[in-house]
Design a protein around this ligand. Structure first.
Ligand code: HXC
Length: 514
């Protein structure tokens, strides 16, 4: 027995070297960690239960019959993050560049199938040259097997992709189907076709980084939700994200202890909204003052910055926050902001994360670029997402709620559970100037003093509509609240909403305007 155990340990030790020390050194020299070092950083110490360490590929062409590495370029298994279970895979670039063979794909599929049965999240650490070229179509089939699992698991368990190296060709579609994509600046990239193919087809010259690097995907395409300077920071923030998520669609996010008795009114909130309604302010200041420990995990922080989305805790309860940002484009809803918001709302709804909406929106962005780009279709996504969401939904209108955007941003009419407004709220079909110029066009143009007439009508309109009370008289606003008291109001109603049950009509699935 002793010999057998020694032999086993030797085999495992050997397997843990992946493609060998030289390849590990090369990985380090690129500023990258190895697949195993990444797992150690990501999961609770000692919690990793590896499976399939001895799996090998079965290919024989192009000399592969003479090249075998135990594990075949991917490490798979189960572990814990903050004591809660996850399934994970970590591609090993030191073995055939982390490329995906039939056996490699089977290992990933195995833990995904198990994660669905167990109801636990799947985290994929991607670092791969794509389909193992020597295996041809078998490898493509392996990818499709993974894409199918990604799709079937969507909305059942959270899926997180961490891109820590190359991710090219069709391989990008697995991360794209998952819920969140993390990337690392200057060492990870994603593209359907690389710079060389781009040059041949479109004659454009572009670097790897500009075409598909972390900053590109965080700011231009919106493919990456989170980017960080290095792998350590990235993996620690994956842990941070996990702290807000439940294990599956039946589970709820963890609630932390919170002593509401010690909560005091936040007077600073009474001073943020400027007297001049056209002056911007930073909605993130409001968010930070409202959430527990001023701790807000922003998602997509560099993309469509006129819309803010992210996770935080309120009175210990995890919430998803969707907010307009008056500091960027006056907080207007455009195509990218609508899509960003809609995807986030749907994630929260799928995984029982209550939604808090902070609203200051002057409407949808006008112009040919937006109309021809399909703002109707994309804006409808946000409307659809809020309307179908059955999780607790609470809105606070801090200032403007104009036009269709009033309806869209979780209004009472689309099942907002509690809709609050600050006294600074202006709820109307449009801003005062635009409204007055339309409805009093004749009076103003026929007046001997058109400017004075405009001013008079403007003041009348502001007195009548630029406030929250007409909406409150109708019950569209449940209460007009003092900003300093808002956190207390929110904790009270989110506590109350814990027993909320709401459903949608039975159907196969809705048809969100994609
Ligand atoms: C087999 C591969 C491989 C692959 C890399 N390697 N990619 N082996 N299949 N796809 C091997 C290399 O031969 C090399 O082996 C080792 O991995 C490291 O690769 P290097 O090229 O030395 O590393 P580096 O210079 O860092 O370049 C990394 C790279 C490059 C940019 C990823 O290797 C590359 O361009 N690979 C091909 C990428 C690609 O076109 N993949 C197919 C995409 S299409 P040795 O033994 O020399 O160390 C696709 C379709 C998916 O994936 C479709 C799904 C539907």
């Amino acid at each position: 027995m002793k010999n057998k155990i020694e032999d086993l340990l030797k085999k495992k030790e050997n397997a843990k070297l992946g493609g060998g020390q030289e390849k590990i050194d090369s990985q380090h020299s690129k500023g990258k960690l190895t697949a195993r070092e990444r797992i150690e950083l990501l999961v609770d110490h000692g919690s990793f239960e590896e499976i399939d360490i001895f799996v090998k590929h079965r290919a024989t062409d192009f000399g592969l019959d003479k090249q075998h590495f135990a594990g075949d370029g991917v490490i798979t298994g189960y572990a814990k993050i903050d004591g809660r279970p996850i399934a994970l895979f970590s591609q090993d670039f030191t073995v055939f560049g982390g490329s995906l063979s039939e056996a490699h794909a089977e290992k990933i599929v195995k833990i995904m199938d198990a994660a669905l049965k167990l109801g636990i999240p799947v985290i994929g650490l991607n670092d791969s040259g794509g389909a193992r070229i020597q295996e041809g179509v078998v490898s493509l089939g392996g990818y499709a097997d993974i894409f199918l699992r990604n799709t079937l698991a969507s909305g059942v368990v959270p899926q997180i992709s961490v891109v820590l190296g190359p991710c090219a060709g069709g391989a990008v579609y697995s991360p794209a189907i998952t819920d969140f994509v993390f990337m690392v600046k200057n060492s990870s990239y994603m593209f359907v076709t690389g710079p060389n193919v781009v040059k041949t087809v479109t004659h454009e010259e572009v670097s790897f980084e500009d075409l598909g690097g972390a900053e590109t995907h965080a700011s231009k395409s919106g493919v990456a939700h989170f980017i960080y300077d290095n792998e350590v920071e990235t993996l620690l923030n994956v842990r941070r994200l996990m702290s807000y998520l439940p294990l599956n669609y039946k589970d709820r996010p963890l609630e932390k202890n919170f002593e509401i008795e010690r909560l005091k009114p936040e007077e600073k909130l009474n001073m943020i909204i400027p007297d001049n309604p056209n002056k911007p302010y930073d909605m993130k200041e409001i968010i930070n003052l409202l959430v527990d420990d001023n701790d807000f995990l922003e998602v997509h922080s560099n993309y469509a910055e006129n819309m803010i989305v992210g996770f935080a805790r309120l009175g210990g309860m995890a919430v998803g926050i969707v907010a307009n940002q008056p500091e960027v484009l006056a907080g207007v809803l455009d195509i990218n902001a609508s899509v960003k918001g809609a995807r986030f709302v749907r994630f929260c709804d799928a995984f029982n994360i209550p939604l808090l909406v902070l609203e200051d929106v002057p409407g949808f962005l006008p112009g040919t670029e937006q109309e021809w780009g399909g703002i109707i279709r994309h804006g409808a996504k946000l409307l659809f997402a809020f309307s179908e969401a059955t999780v607790p939904k609470v809105t606070v209108i801090t200032r403007k709620a104009y036009g269709g955007a009033y309806d869209v941003m979780n209004s009472k009419h689309i099942r907002g559970d509690f809709n609050f407004a600050w006294p600074s709220a202006e709820i109307a079909v449009m801003g005062p100037k635009g409204a007055v110029e339309i409805i009093f066009k004749k009076e103003i143009s026929s007046s001997s003093k058109p400017e004075a007439e405009l001013e008079k009508k403007l003041n009348e309109y502001i007195d009548k509509f630029a406030n929250p009370f007409i909406a409150a008289e109708r019950g569209y606003i449940d209460d007009v609240i003092e900003p300093s008291q808002t956190k207390i109001n929110l904790i009270n109603v989110f506590q109350l909403l814990k027993t909320k049950v709401d459903t949608n009509p039975k159907k196969k699935h809705g048809n969100i305007p994609l």
